[in-house]
Design a protein around this ligand. Structure first.
Ligand SMILES: [Zn+2]
Length: 452
C-alpha cells in the first residue's frame, strides 16, 4: 500500500510491514539538533519515537503520523527525517469582497494546517467592506462594513455586510496558534480604501462621499497622504490591530494606488514639497516608510504588496510580496538583501480558474528562479496563495478553487525541488478527498484539475 503523505517528506525510508500504535505508545523526545519545524519519526516493530526541537516540529510530526494511519488503525513502518525548505507557507483569505463564517474559516485553516501551512494572511478590509471590529473608529463597522448589494458588477440589491467581533478574532487567532499558524492581518492602505473613506470622508483628498463598492476593480479614492490626521488614523487602527494579532508581521497593502487625487490635492502637493519628494510615486514611498517606521517602533515587521518597491526608497526590513511585479523590482530587492514572499498571479492566485492556472502550474511553481543570485535566493521567505473573492461567493466555491491547488502550494513550500513528482502528487492528494470532506472542505474533481 502506497503512502499518501502531503507534503512529501524530505527523507523517508519505508521499512516494510505495519504495526499497531495505540494512544500513549508514541515516545516524544526533544532533540535540539533538529531544525525548527523539523521532526524525526521512527516507527519500527519495537520503537515508536517522535523527535523534534520545537513544538511546531512536534505538531508536524503528529500531522505526518495522522496521515500515515490507516483505517484499521495500523501504521506502516517508516523512518522519516523531515523539515521544510521554506519558512513561509501561507494562504490568504479575502473576507472583504465576500464574507465567510468563522466556522468556515476554521475548517479551511484545519485543512491548510493538515498540509503544514503556517501563515494565515487575512485580508479583512478593502473597497467592498471593512470586517474587523473597531472600538476606536466605530463608523468603520456601522458604515464601512455594509454595502448596497452582494455579488459584483451586477449586484443583488440586498444590503450585504458584517464584521468579525474582537472576541471572534481572538478566538480565531488562538485556533491558529494551536495549529502553529501565524495570523498576518492586512490593513490595505493607502488604496483600496473606499469602505474606510465611506466611514470617514475626511481621510480622502476630496473629502467627498463615496460608496462601499459593489464593483470589482481599482478605485481612485485613496487616503490623503498630505494630512497628518490620516497618519494618526492609520496608527490608531494599527494599534487596535496589534492588540488583536500578536504575530511579528503586519501587512500594510500598498497595492494598486491610483495617484490622480494626490496629483490634484494641495495638501499632498504641499507634503511632496516639504519632504523634498519628486512626485506622487515618491509620496507613496514616503507613506509606506512612515507607516513602516511606526510598526518598527512597536517591534513589528511590515509587509507590502510589490508596488511598495516602486518609489525605490523602501527600507530593507519591509518584506515585499511578489504578486505582479510589472517593473521587475522584487528580484533586485532580494538580491540586495530585502526579503520577498512568492505569490505570483501566474501560479498561486487561486481565484483564477483551473483553465488559467491548472494544478500542474501551481505544482511547478519555481520559488528560486535564475533571476535571483545565491544571496537573493536566501531572501525568499517562501510562498503564499491568495484566494480573492470577487467571484467566489460561497465557501464551497472557495474550497473548489483552493483544493487541491493549496495542497500543491504546500508541497512547493515544504518539499525539496528534486523530491517533487507531479503524477505522484496527484495520486497522493486524491487519497485526502474524504478527510477534507469530513472537515467540510470539498475538493475539486480530478477531471477539473488540468483542463486540456
Ligand atoms: Zn491629499
Amino acid at each position: 500500500m502506497k503512502l499518501n503523505l502531503i507534503p512529501k517528506p524530505n527523507k523517508l525510508e519505508e521499512l516494510g510491514g505495519v504495526r499497531n500504535l495505540n494512544d500513549g505508545e508514541l515516545t516524544l523526545r526533544r532533540d535540539e539538533t533538529i531544525p525548527a519545524e523539523g521532526y524525526r519519526l521512527m516507527l519500527t516493530a519495537d520503537v515508536a519515537l517522535l523527535e523534534f526541537s520545537t513544538d511546531a516540529g512536534a505538531f508536524y510530526g503528529k500531522q505526518t503520523l495522522r496521515q500515515l494511519r490507516r483505517e484499521d488503525g495500523t501504521v506502516p513502518l517508516v523512518k522519516i527525517e523531515d523539515a521544510p525548505e521554506f519558512a513561509w507557507r501561507g494562504f490568504m483569505i479575502d473576507s472583504s469582497r465576500h464574507i465567510q463564517t468563522l466556522d468556515e474559516i476554521k475548517a479551511f485553516i484545519e485543512a491548510a494546517a493538515s498540509f503544514k501551512c503556517n501563515v494565515f494572511h487575512w485580508h479583512f478590509c478593502d473597497d467592498p467592506g471593512w470586517r474587523m471590529e473597531s472600538e476606536r473608529y466605530p463608523l468603520l463597522n456601522s458604515v464601512g462594513s455594509w454595502r448596497d448589494g452582494w455579488g459584483f458588477n451586477n449586484p443583488n440589491p440586498e444590503r450585504y455586510g458584517g464584521y468579525f467581533t474582537k472576541a471572534q478574532i481572538r478566538d480565531l487567532v488562538q485556533f491558529c496558534a494551536d495549529r502553529f499558524i501565524t495570523v498576518v492581518p492586512e490593513f490595505d492602505i493607502p488604496g483600496h480604501s473606499s469602505a474606510v473613506i465611506k466611514s470617514y470622508p475626511w481621510l480622502s483628498c476630496t473629502e467627498e462621499e463615496v460608496d462601499v463598492t459593489t464593483n470589482a476593480g481599482v478605485f481612485s479614492n485613496v487616503l490623503c497622504a498630505g494630512k497628518d490626521e490620516t497618519f494618526a488614523f492609520c496608527e490608531g487602527v494599527l494599534e487596535e490591530i496589534m492588540e488583536l494579532f500578536p504575530g511579528k508581521y503586519i501587512h500594510i497593502g500598498g497595492d494598486e494606488v491610483p495617484k490622480d487625487h494626490w496629483k490634484a490635492c494641495p495638501k499632498c502637493q504641499a507634503r511632496i514639497k516639504a519632504e523634498g519628494l519628486k512626485d506622487a510615486e515618491e509620496l507613496q514611498g514616503y507613506f509606506t516608510k512612515r507607516i513602516a517606521a511606526f510598526l518598527r517602533s512597536h517591534g513589528k515587521t511590515p509587509i507590502g504588496w510589490n508596488e511598495v518597491l516602486d518609489a525605490g526608497m523602501l527600507p530593507q526590513d519591509v518584506v515585499a510580496a511578489k504578486w505582479h511585479d510589472r517593473r521587475n523590482l522584487c528580484d533586485p530587492f532580494a538580491n540586495a538583501g530585502g526579503r520577498i514572499i512568492m505569490e505570483e498571479t501566474s501560479n498561486v492566485y487561486l481565484d483564477y480558474d483551473y483553465r488559467t492556472t491548472p494544478l500542474k502550474k501551481t505544482y511547478s511553481y519555481d520559488l528560486l528562479p535564475d533571476s535571483l543570485t545565491e544571496e537573493g535566493k536566501k531572501n525568499v521567505l517562501g510562498v503564499e496563495a491568495p484566494i480573492w473573492t470577487e467571484w467566489v461567493e460561497t465557501f464551497d466555491r472557495m474550497c473548489y478553487m483552493c483544493f487541491p491547488r493549496l495542497a500543491a502550494m504546500a508541497e512547493v513550500g515544504w518539499t525539496k525541488r528534486e523530491r517533487k513528482d507531479y503524477e505522484d502528487f496527484k495520486r497522493r492528494i486524491e487519497a485526502h478527498r474524504d478527510a477534507l470532506a469530513a472537515l467540510g472542505v470539498k475538493m475539486a474533481p480530478q477531471s477539473d484539475w488540468d483542463p486540456a
